[in-house]
Design a protein around this ligand. Structure first.
Ligand code: SF4
Length: 187
């Protein structure tokens, strides 16, 4: 079997500020994998494929996995052991899907099934109304409908919610939303 992805290497393990008991992992990979993205997008449920940016985001058991051309990021991970297990699963999935690509109709659509609830989970959840909305859920509904900008949620940009903000920006960008530069430059 011709392997598209031969190996991976965990390069960085960062604390997950949104959940102090979890980690965020960045893994370097040995080969460019973007060729398989439209085939994974066709076979997996709930993927977000950003074709122009060459990223594919997969949600698996509350974990957020983003495949890039030459690296993979994993969020909300228990520990390195779990990261290794997910990366091994991904490696097999990528190689098996690539092997079977002739039998799969590639899907190049964004298929961005971003739901208000996905956004809501990444907001501060305090219902402080600073954004002008009565609740965080109302804000999430507007954000998913592109009726409000993420920067209107001021608390999200405080130090307390750095990690949530980072994941939310990543999710929005992966789903093809335009995110104001102010939201991407604050870390
Ligand atoms: S400003 Fe942010 S935290 Fe406050 S209600 Fe709006 S979305 Fe929720």
């Amino acid at each position: 079997m011709k392997m598209l992805l031969r190996s991976y290497n965990i390069k960085q393990t960062l604390p997950c500020l949104a959940d102090p008991e979890k980690i965020r992992v960045i893994a370097e990979i040995s080969d460019e994998i973007h060729e398989v993205f439209p085939y994974l997008n066709a076979t997996l449920k709930g993927c977000i494929y950003n074709h122009p940016a060459n990223t594919l985001t997969i949600r698996k058991d509350q974990k957020l996995i983003t495949l890039h051309v030459l690296h993979i990021t994993l969020a909300k991970i228990e520990d390195e052991k779990e990261a290794e297990e997910i990366l091994e699963w991904l490696k097999d999935l990528i190689n098996e899907t690539y092997e079977k690509r002739d039998q799969i109709e590639p899907n190049f659509s964004m298929a961005a099934e971003l739901k208000a609830l996905d956004i809501f989970k990444l907001l501060p959840g305090t219902n402080c109304k600073k954004c002008g909305e009565p609740t965080c859920l109302a804000f999430a509904v507007k954000l998913v409908g592109r009726d409000i900008e993420i920067t209107k949620c001021d608390p999200l940009f405080s130090e307390n919610y750095q990690e949530k903000k980072k994941v939310l920006v990543e999710l929005l960008q992966a789903a093809g939303y335009e995110v104001p530069t102010a939201a991407t430059s604050v870390d």
